[in-house]
Design a protein around this ligand. Structure first.
Ligand code: FPP
Length: 252
């Protein structure tokens, strides 16, 4: 197992790491079902995989890791599951911030954060403030996040600024739009990993993923370990990113 991991590490070129990895952590429910457990136990097990993914990315030298922890659509799940997910998030913030400090990781969050409720929001504010000076990696949690919701909020704010005379409509550029998104200031993801076998993006980072490389795996999120992440990064490094240009232009 360890040898296998060392082999995989050797496959990775530290000079061509994705700067930003985003993950859709899918399959907790199916993992729980296959172990004859309730769905919430799947999410609990999934929180362990979060710890592993954060540590592995940090050790590899990836600068941004964005995790899709709770979508705007997830509010439509049964109330008991929604409450359990929010509770789990609160526990994560209570228990993991010291670990983030030890690893020099800054915590950030994107989404309609006000809707998470005062208790989680207060923990989130405290954790982001405490880790604000950390430099080695950004762990960005997408919470109550939806790509269309983000774009709608951005348009609303842009119109308000235009009406207030703070934004000249004729001067709107792709860069200024990006500055109105929840992810303002962060680079776009280079690599998206989705576990659980589904091949869709589920309203995640719609603007930001215009040129992201997609990697889909059947592995269920609670089973996702270091070796799976390394395999995804190795596959990413085998891709040629052309950004609409030709191979000849890229290789020059
Ligand atoms: C999707 O699996 C997963 C979620 C909706 C929640 C993700 C949450 C965690 C991994 C744990 C908490 C996170 C943090 C940051 C502490 P699913 O329930 O849709 O799985 P299924 O498709 O198999 O039903």
């Amino acid at each position: 197992m360890l040898n296998d991991l060392r082999e995989k590490m050797k496959e990775i070129d530290p000079e061509r790491l994705p700067r930003h990895v985003a993950i859709i952590m899918d399959g907790n429910g199916r993992w729980a079902e296959s172990h004859a457990l309730g769905r919430v136990m799947g999410h609990r097990k999934g929180a362990e995989s979060v710890r592993v993914a954060v540590k592995t990315c940090r050790e590899l030298g990836i600068r941004y890791l964005t995790l899709y922890a709770f979508s705007t659509e997830n509010w439509n799940r049964p109330q008991t599951e929604v409450s359990a997910l929010l509770k789990l998030l609160g526990e994560y913030l209570d228990n993991e911030v010291q670990g983030l400090m030890d690893q020099d990781i800054r915590l950030a969050a994107v989404g309609c954060l006000e809707s998470l409720g005062e208790s989680v929001l207060a923990k989130l504010r405290e954790a982001t403030a405490r880790t604000a000076g950390n430099q080695s990696m950004v762990l960005n949690l997408a919470l109550s996040y939806g790509g269309r919701d983000e774009l709608t909020a951005a348009v609303n704010r842009m119109v308000a600024d235009a009406l207030a005379g703070k934004l000249a409509p004729q001067a709107i550029t792709q860069e200024s739009v990006a500055g109105y998104l929840y992810t303002a200031g962060m680079p776009d993801p280079d690599l998206l990993i989705r576990t659980g076998g589904e091949c869709r993006i589920s309203n995640f980072l719609l603007w930001q993923m215009a040129y992201t490389e997609f990697y889909f795996t059947e592995v269920l999120w609670p089973d996702f370990r270091e070796s799976h992440l390394l395999k995804a990064v190795a596959e990413y490094q085998r891709r040629e990113r052309r950004f609409g240009m030709t191979s000849g232009q890229i290789r020059k």
